[in-house]
Design a protein around this ligand. Structure first.
Ligand SMILES: [Zn+2]
Length: 296
């Protein structure tokens, strides 16, 4: 065999290796089938009890969760009620997800176009401020987002996408009114990944039956995303979850073999790039269905 022939074969092998490797890299990652009893736990507003009460309990049960961090409210001055960045970094080191909830807890007000315009204009800086803090503390830049005050707007979707957000969680509204914390499960393919509904938003007067109503929706390809604030939450009494109740809820998930994950873990089951043509269609359909059921 001539030297040229050996070189030609070597180049051929290298070419095959290279194209084979790139073909592999470009093939879509196969997604896991969505099991029943799949629950996403989310905790909003950087509350101190996330570190002191929630963290040890989730670690005991080996549950995943997302903590949505904001420096709003009295984050900078009241360290009795809000976590420090060192504590937030510890949550990341434990394996929990740190999500973005805007620097100032800046909600979107779609009912006032002038306000909304200003709020959306502020969003890049609001999200990037939290991203910077994360980088400073060795936390990956968040790809999950929760709408502050659960205020949503269609105009936010392209903006969040541009800011590298893959999954964004809203509340149980507009399908259900805000007050009682009721909601619906996430239906992959129908719900836009940047408008994921809350199946249950814990309220102080919730009983175990309210919690069960939320998580029981996690079946037939649907995923129950739960929203908590502090356990307890002394600064925001209307979203407080008493410690005893929180312990009962988590015990229920463990004893009933629920799979409990962070919001980012949804990517194992769904493709965040697959979006419905009309993000609000499913919401309108559900509202109609719920109105019909309530008339019966
Ligand atoms: Zn919040």
């Amino acid at each position: 065999m001539t030297f040229q022939r050996i070189v030609a074969i070597a180049i051929g092998i290298l070419f095959l290796l290279k194209t084979g490797a790139s073909a592999l890299a470009e093939s879509p990652v196969p997604k896991l089938p969505i099991p029943d009893k799949l629950v996403v736990l989310t905790f909003d507003d950087s509350v101190k009890s996330h570190y002191t009460v929630v963290r040890p309990l989730l670690r005991k049960y080996r549950f995943g969760a997302t903590f949505f961090i904001t420096e709003g409210f009295e984050f900078k001055t009241n360290k009795n009620h809000y976590m420090s960045w060192t504590e937030i970094a510890r949550l990341h080191q434990d394996g929990f997800e740190i999500g973005n909830h805007t620097r100032d807890h800046l909600g979107l007000d779609a009912t006032h176009p002038e306000n909304l315009k200003k709020q959306l204009a502020a969003y890049p800086a609001q999200l990037k401020a939290i991203n910077e803090r994360c980088k400073e503390h060795g936390i990956p830049v968040p790809t999950s987002f929760a709408y502050p005050g659960n205020g949503i707007a269609a105009e936010a979707l392209p903006l969040l996408k541009k800011l590298n957000i893959k999954f964004a969680r809203r509340g149980g509204s507009p399908e259900y009114p805000y007050e009682k914390g009721r909601g619906v499960a996430y239906e992959p393919g129908k719900d836009h990944p940047l408008l994921l509904p809350t199946a249950g938003d814990a309220r102080p007067d919730w009983e175990l039956s309210d919690f069960i109503r939320a998580v029981k929706q996690a079946k037939n390809g649907r995923i129950a995303i739960l929203q908590f604030h502090g356990a307890p939450d002394l600064a925001h009494s209307w979203v407080n979850t008493p410690v005893g109740k929180f312990e009962i809820y988590m015990k229920y998930l463990a004893e009933n073999n629920y799979r409990v994950i962070a919001l980012r873990d949804l990517e194992k089951y769904v493709d965040p790039k697959a979006v419905p043509a009309d993000p609000f269609k499913i919401i309108t359909e559900r509202k109609k269905l719920i109105a019909q059921q309530q008339q019966q």
